[in-house]
Design a protein around this ligand. Structure first.
Ligand SMILES: C[S@@+](CC[C@H](N)C(=O)[O-])C[C@H]1O[C@@H](n2cnc3c(N)ncnc32)[C@H](O)[C@@H]1O
Length: 223
């Protein structure tokens, strides 16, 4: 499981270059994945939404732009990432550990976490905490990388473990942070296994939607 101190230090060191690195390394597909997530969220018609591990605010800002009626709060334990989010226009942020959110239970209609849960020390405990802050019937959306299966798996592994850390090193000055990325994606449960984890954390109606041949997935569930 990821070490929180290492994760905090890694994101602090790359915060200023994170947005550019993200778009280059995913060849812009991360924008399309977030658009897909926003479309799903719009169908839920939430009044408020907590974007957990909001980082530099990409998903939270996409929700604010597309659904201005939704009250969005972005939370993250890494202040330098939140500082970038605020500079980019996210007005409501909270510095907090996602495993111990200083927020009342049953206080959000929707919660989202994009590329964040995979970095947390205990996936099951984090999901139970997300369930706690959601109103009964509230919705969770998790967007994260997943390992594709079949023919795409070998070339993707090559890219993930050998090509990506080099390019990321040039872009951010910290290739170590991206060595860790590949390992964290390999270790993160995907598809049915992730839906099962959602069930054990108390969620119902878990769904899994593979994106771009399975290199990312959107999971949804109800509290
Ligand atoms: C890869 S970034 C994702 C940022 C953003 N959600 C996005 O889609 O670009 C992962 C974020 O998770 C945050 N994070 C990791 N573990 C966390 C924890 N236990 N509590 C709060 N934030 C955490 C990191 O600080 C970092 O900003």
């Amino acid at each position: 499981m990821p070490d929180p101190a290492y994760v905090h230090a890694a994101f602090s060191s790359i915060a200023e270059r994170y947005v550019t690195a993200n778009h280059v390394l995913s060849l812009g597909t991360d924008v399309l994945w977030r658009e897909r997530a926003v479309k799903i969220i719009s169908e839920w018609k939430p009044r408020n939404l907590l974007d957990i591990a909001t980082g530099t605010g990409d998903l939270a800002l996409a929700v604010c732009r597309a659904l201005p009626e939704v009250e969005v709060l972005g939370t993250d334990f890494c202040r330098p990432m939140l500082d970038v989010a605020v500079r980019r226009g996210l007005t409501r942020v909270l510095e907090a550990d996602a495993l111990h959110l200083p927020l009342p239970g049953a206080s959000f209609d929707a919660a989202t976490v994009a590329f964040g849960l995979r970095n947390m020390a205990d996936y099951a405990a984090a999901l139970r905490e997300f369930h706690r802050i959601l109103r009964p019937g509230g919705h969770l959306l998790v967007l994260d990388f997943s390992m594709p299966e079949g023919l795409l798996a070998p070339p993707y592994r090559l890219y993930l473990h050998h090509v990506l850390p080099r390019i990321a090193g040039w872009l951010t000055g910290n290739s170590g942070a991206y060595d860790y990325l590949g390992d964290s994606i390999e270790a993160f449960p995907r598809g049915k296994a992730f839906c099962k984890l959602l069930g054990t954390a108390g969620f119902r109606m878990a769904t899994s939607l593979p994106l771009s041949g399975g290199i990312a997935s959107i999971y949804t569930a109800e509290a």
